[in-house]
Design a protein around this ligand. Structure first.
Ligand code: SF4
Length: 388
């Protein structure tokens, strides 16, 4: 790998590690507004089209202190971290907040932000979660139009069709570049560390897309193809919505004698799964993107009777040749908890070895996880299917 590639990776990793520094610099340089987006479905293209910087608010690694008094301890780590950031006045770089998802825990965190900073605009515009009803698309179209109006009010700038088309193209290009890297990993052509892959996606959730794409091109141009580790067991990592799993957890999994060849994490392939049609009217294209995304990467926070997360996962495992699957579940993530029994049934029926690891904001029980991963890898070596 050349110095140019290494420098680009370091820059992306720096933004992923400290988004606030990037956001503050962007505001100083551009003197424009920054909008904090709650994961996972707000169409950031609309904010970009109005000249704002859309940033998916990230979980911080710092201990949750005051935030623990604002939300109950059975909220997921992400929402407690966001509440903590709000209570500590650490979200001051954001000029407004937008939310498109209906998760009750996200609503709780958004309420805390609103309570802590009542003067900062907060827009609750929830996209319908029932995807397959006759009225779903119409509802989604209306919501996309309301997002445009809200962002126009927020930025004080009209969004023209050409602005949206331009933003859609830039975002699609960024997704394509990221997919190139993830496809290469799946094919075993290039091996990036899990922490690097996570940094590529996380920084994309923060940075200006043109700037981010320029760095990705440097990574791609000069990254030398390296065969993925022979003798290592191929694993798929699944789940973990809204926030990034700790990188040391991903590295621990690989240290046990495995290589992660694919994932469906939000800070992974889920975020980049679906492009927006460039030949349609932008609002129509955004509505279709929201619908298409749940087919390309089904999400247990949505309801669609002809789409299954388990069937999708089984296909991914077959395509990547993964020999086992690690389900990473954020503790108290209700949509994931409710869906998991179905998933486990499907994996058991196919004899796919898997293990469920619950993650917490507060830390990683390293030795327990190591033992469970090593036990699964041993079962794979012995070709014994597992019931996690
Ligand atoms: S979907 Fe899960 S991880 Fe995301 S906010 Fe809701 S409970 Fe938390």
């Amino acid at each position: 790998m050349t110095k140019q590639s290494r420098d680009a990776i370091a820059e992306l990793a720096g933004v992923a590690e400290n988004p606030d520094e990037y956001i503050a610099q962007w505001k100083r340089d551009k003197n424009r507004k920054v909008v904090g987006l709650m994961p996972m479905n707000f169409p950031a293209e609309i904010a970009h089209a109005a000249g704002a910087l859309p940033v998916v608010i990230q979980q911080k690694r710092t201990p949750i202190t005051i935030g623990n008094n604002r939300l109950t301890e059975f909220h997921c780590g992400y929402t407690r971290s966001v509440a903590d950031q709000a209570a500590k006045k650490e979200l001051g770089l954001y000029d407004g907040f937008m939310l498109a998802d209906h998760c009750i825990q996200l609503l709780g965190a958004s309420d805390i932000i609103r309570d802590e900073s009542p003067e900062v605009p907060m827009y609750f515009g929830q996209l319908i979660s029932s995807m397959g009803d006759p009225w779903s698309r119409e509802q989604i179209l209306k919501k996309m139009m309301s997002f445009v109006r809200e962002i126009e009010n927020f930025t004080g700038r009209m969004i023209h069709e050409s602005d949206l088309q331009n933003s859609i193209q830039l975002f699609n290009e960024n997704r394509r570049l990221l997919r190139q890297i993830f496809d290469a990993r799946r094919a075993g052509d290039v091996t990036f560390k899990p922490s690097e892959l996570q940094a590529f996606v996380k920084s994309s959730m923060v940075m200006d897309k043109q700037e981010h794409s320029a760095l990705l091109r440097q990574v791609l141009e000069t990254a030398a193809a390296r065969p993925s580790g022979a003798g290592l067991i191929k694993l798929h990592i699944s789940g973990h919505f809204c926030h990034a799993p700790k990188t040391e957890l991903l590295e621990l999994i690989e240290d046990c004698g495995a290589i992660i060849v694919d994932d469906d994490l939000f800070h992974g392939t889920r975020y980049i799964s679906t492009d927006i049609g460039e030949s349609k009217a932008p609002i129509e294209a955004l509505a279709d993107w929201y619908l298409d995304r749940n087919v390309a990467a089904p999400c247990p926070t949505r309801v669609q009777h002809d789409v299954d997360w388990d069937r999708y996962l089984l296909n991914l495992v077959a395509e990547s040749g993964a020999e086992g699957l690690v389900v990473l579940m954020a503790k108290f993530c209700e949509p994931h908890m409710l869906y998991y029994p179905e998933l486990r049934k499907a994996l058991n029926a196919r004899g796919i070895p898997h293990v469920l690891i619950e993650t917490e904001h507060e830390g990683i029980p390293v030795e327990t996880i190591r033992t469970r991963i090593e036990a699964m890898l041993e079962r794979i070596r012995r070709k014994e299917p597992s019931a996690a």
